[in-house]
Ligand binder design. Structure first.
Ligand SMILES: Cc1cc2nc3c(=O)[nH]c(=O)nc-3n(C[C@H](O)[C@H](O)[C@H](O)COP(=O)(O)O)c2cc1C
Length: 282
């Protein structure tokens, strides 16, 4: 995956935007984004993830309105993704690759907004001719943002507290869940974890928790579910975890750390946390 700016800078810059100039994507950016999609690598758990760039213009020619319940204004292009089923591996892989593409769009100066709830599932399913059993976990508008945010956008950001993130020590632990890891103790992995902390998540719930092994050679990713958060039609908090894995992986690579994804839960159990995956140094 090739970016033209440092990935940690792109991650810092990315924000959700909900109002766009009602114009097609500028040609060079459209071509670069399509090339990026065509060259996506295999995701951590090797699921089949189908991502495509859809033009509202083409959908309208087929009498399909790509509705977002009035949340998104002006967008003429959407990134749409589908997976073979709604199981955890597929959703993690989806979150990982979709976020990589969102970061590429940001790299190209375009704006995006993950939508896991406020979009017409039936319209997007029709436009990508979704196959039996396949699921669209989320979509995103892609385009040039309007200079000022719409009222709806500002309301969403205010309600979700979109500019804030939980403190470092509430998200990342040292050796055992519950023992906070400080940025200082994280050493060279500090910037990598800061990149995870900046990740977008559904309703900005930030359900990711990471436990670093005492020897610093493995990072275990856990889900802390938000009580009462709906898992249907798609378990969006698992998608959030895939996004966090993407931020971790891309920033670790940029810092020249080598590791890979595996399932190797730590021996010490973590009460209310659901184990998802580990990144292990090699
Ligand atoms: C999986 C996922 C689903 C989301 N679904 C919606 C949605 O349905 N509607 C919406 O307006 N924003 C949605 N968001 C955007 C979040 O509210 C936003 O990422 C969060 O508040 C943090 O703000 P930021 O992206 O500007 O950093 C979603 C984000 C993620 C990661």
């Amino acid at each position: 995956m090739i970016f033209s700016h440092p990935v940690t800078e792109i991650i810092d810059q990315r924000r959700s935007y909900r109002s766009f100039l009602p114009e097609p994507l500028p040609d060079p950016q459209a071509r670069e984004l399509s090339a990026f999609l065509a060259a996506l690598p295999e995701p951590p758990f090797a699921s089949r993830v189908h991502l495509s760039l859809v033009r509202a213009f083409d959908a309208e020619a087929r009498k399909i309105k790509l509705g977002t319940y009035g949340v998104i204004k002006g967008a003429r292009n959407f990134l749409v993704g589908a997976v073979e089923n709604g199981l955890a591996d597929a959703l993690l892989d989806f979150g990982y690759l979709f976020e990589a593409t969102v970061l590429k769009a940001t790299d190209l100066g375009l704006a995006t907004c993950w939508l896991g709830g406020t979009f017409s599932r039936s319209a997007f399913a029709e436009v990508v001719q979704l196959g039996p059993g396949q699921v669209i976990p989320a979509v995103s508008p892609v385009g040039v943002p309007r200079e000022s945010r719409s009222l709806v956008d500002r309301a969403f950001r205010y309600i979700a507290g979109s500019d804030g993130r939980k403190p470092f020590g509430e998200l990342f632990f040292n050796g055992e869940a519950g023992l906070p890891l400080t940025e200082m103790k994280a050493g060279p992995f500090g910037p990598v974890l800061l990149a995870v902390r900046r990740a977008p998540s559904a309703s900005n719930k930030q359900p990711w928790r990471i436990v670093r092994d005492a020897d610093g050679r493995a990072f275990h990713f856990f889900l802390k579910r938000t009580i009462g958060y709906r898992r249907l039609p798609v378990d969006l908090q698992v998608v959030d975890m895939g996004i966090a894995m993407c931020h971790f992986d891309l920033s670790a690579r940029e810092a020249n750390f080598s590791g890979n994804w595996t399932r190797r839960p730590p021996r010490i159990p973590a009460d209310d946390l659901e184990y998802m995956a580990s990144w292990v140094v090699y």
